[in-house]
Design a protein around this ligand. Sequence first.
Ligand code: NZQ
Ligand code: ZN
Length: 383
Amino acid sequence: MKNFVINNPTFLHFGKNVIADLPSVMRSYGKRVLLVYGKGSIKESGVYAEVMEQLHLAGATVFEYSGIKSNPIISDVDAAADLGRKNNVDLIVAVGGGSVIDSAKIIALAIPLPNKAWDLFEYTAKPVTAIPLIAVLTLAATGTEMNGFAVVQNEVTKQKPGYFSPMIFPKHSFLDPDYTKTVPANYTAFGIVDLIAHALEGYFGAGETTLTDKLIFSIIQEAVEYGPSLMQNLQDYRLREKIMFAATLALNGTTAFGKKSGDWGVHGIGHSLTVLYDTAHGASLSVAYPAWMKHFKDVLEPSLLLLGNAVFGVNSAEETIQCFEDFFAQLGAPIRMHEIGLSETPNAAEIDALVESLSINKVNGDNYKMTPEDFRQILTLAY
Ligand code: NZQ
Ligand code: ZN
């Protein structure tokens, strides 16, 4: 095992009607609230009304920034930070999926700074504090509700980097599985893929920790066991609850204990697909992960055997990869490039553009290093 420290400072409120705790929780942070949300799903689902009711019970003055897009962009972060700064907010409440909560994390750091938000990603801004953040999660996928990461896209430079700061763990996160019942089938499937991909990135990271590997297998097993039933019963609270809990554990540190870090090379490939094609995050991963496993099959063989045996009861690396691919397809997630808008067969211009984007984004695996030729072969395998 590698040496490690465990400290996850987020209070997680999980279950039916947990939002009723919001007013008491807010007492520690003040009453001037920047409410951040996306393109409108929370108004249609009724979550907006429920959160507003609690904010009013808390006596809050609310300033709203809405319209955060899926695969969020830095210009929205700057505009929201301006609004927060101008109104001297004490607290940010982010209501939505990963895109909204990640944006809110960077807004929280940007408000006290004189800089543009992108300076954080360039490491030229040096934050010393952040506005406290409360997250109300409406989509089970990213794990952002209980971690210190944020991923935001620069629409001008075509980069999609991640940023980590211990200051941006949400202070409290509210996870009511009822709030995810309106997530449509495609994003429900992408969320299940994403949580599995997080568990896999942890698994393929450097460092040997048998117990962490078993926790990883359990998280993936939970998704494999209940994901397909959820796809048939999108309104089922019990199934939503299982997937929501699994998604949080897949990226709140649990899958990294005793490891140097995760690998994260496949996520990098996924981010380049997103930057160029605006592919949904989980959809980029259901295409890229099987291709990456195929490319590294020989070197991954012992790990794939252990994984495939634990999760699917199979006894070869090939079968393990096939099982993941079949599982993603069973959920209705794409597994080939043409399903996300690229060509039917390997296309040199598309591959060149992606390899260039991977180089601009400085993508690589932490454990399994990739050369430009590796990228070409992985991308080719994804067609
Ligand atoms: O815009 P709204 O109205 O909010 O609609 C969203 C959006 O269209 C909709 N949605 C969310 N909750 C809903 C709902 N629709 C109906 N009912 C609900 N309850 O779903 C669409 C997708 O939302 P989005 O937030 O983009 O999805 P997700 O949670 O998958 O977040 C993806 C982003 O998170 C980043 C990704 O790169 C991507 O930018 N990630 C963040 C990570 C982190 N912070 O730790 C790790 C991940 O690997 C990932 O990179
Ligand atoms: Zn992810």
